[in-house]
Design a protein around this ligand. Structure first.
Ligand SMILES: NC(=O)c1ccc[n+]([C@@H]2O[C@H](COP(=O)([O-])OP(=O)(O)OC[C@H]3O[C@@H](n4cnc5c(N)ncnc54)[C@H](OP(=O)(O)O)[C@@H]3O)[C@@H](O)[C@H]2O)c1
Length: 226
């Protein structure tokens, strides 16, 4: 596997494209996944327009995961299980799947300021229950705003709680260091994704009450400097 490749499934959407731009700008090879290869190719072109030296390509989701040590799931919560089931035969032991999804109540036609109960505890734990044995699931990036990610000229200014098994968690924490203004915070075991995912609904409510179009982020104080 090319150690530096990051595949982003649903990378044609706001959040995935934002991460693609940031990782490409940092010099990492990015593969944008989509249900339709033409959409993936178009998104890759958008990245190249903004990041001249980008190493980026667009492929169908099932092809995008092949050979990528880190696969970020960037599809709405309600399509997460279907997306993982459709390509799980392509996932191999040792790969890291990053769950970024939030079970917002929009999935059932209710508001984005509330979350739904998920049987497994969180979107990330649902993903963990679906991937083949030996594939590691890490939860991250749920509290980062797509708008801030896409404004390449500005630092993102947000802490990222990263949860999951230790070694893969540390590898995903290292990704945060590639993006100016993002700071990885050790979020412990994957079960803590329940708390992190719920924070996103709170942030959406803050965006509305304070009229913040770029998106509110989180910062933890008192942590030692890493
Ligand atoms: N937007 C934010 O600010 C933000 C912040 C934090 C976390 N997140 C999380 O990040 C994830 C992506 O957010 P987003 O705003 O980028 O979402 P989005 O734009 O609504 O969707 C992302 C991509 O999902 C794919 N998709 C749509 N319907 C699908 C279906 N039925 N089956 C499979 N794939 C489907 C689409 O890709 P193709 O049509 O190309 O396949 C789409 O471009 C979500 O889980 C969200 O909770 C978002």
């Amino acid at each position: 596997m090319a150690q530096d490749t990051i595949a982003i499934l649903g990378g044609t959407g706001d959040q995935g494209l934002g991460l693609a731009l940031r990782f490409a700008k940092a010099g990492r090879r990015v593969v944008i996944g989509s249900r339709k290869s033409e959409r993936a190719v178009e998104a890759a072109e958008q990245v190249r327009k903004q990041v001249a030296q980008a190493q980026v390509e667009g492929l169908e989701n099932a092809d995008a995961v092949i050979g990528a040590p880190i696969v970020i799931l960037s599809v709405p919560f309600e399509h997460t299980a279907g997306t993982v089931k459709a390509l799980k035969d392509k996932l191999v032991a040792g790969q890291i799947v990053v769950s970024m999804g939030v079970p917002l109540a929009t999935a059932i036609g209710d508001g984005a300021v509330r979350t739904l109960g998920v049987w497994q505890g969180s979107c990330a734990e649902m993903v963990e229950a679906l991937v083949p044995k030996g594939v590691h699931v890490v939860s991250a990036f749920q509290n980062v705003s797509a708008h801030r990610l896409q404004h390449l000229e500005h630092p993102v200014e947000c802490d990222v709680l990263v949860s999951g098994p230790k070694e893969p968690r540390e590898r995903v924490m290292a990704l945060c260091g590639l993006v100016p203004g993002l700071r990885a915070v050790d979020g412990g075991p994957l079960a803590n994704a329940r708390i992190v995912e719920a924070i996103t609904a709170l942030l959406i409510g803050l965006n509305i009450r304070y009229n913040v179009s770029d998106g509110v982020g989180v910062r933890f104080t008192g942590l030692p400097q890493s």
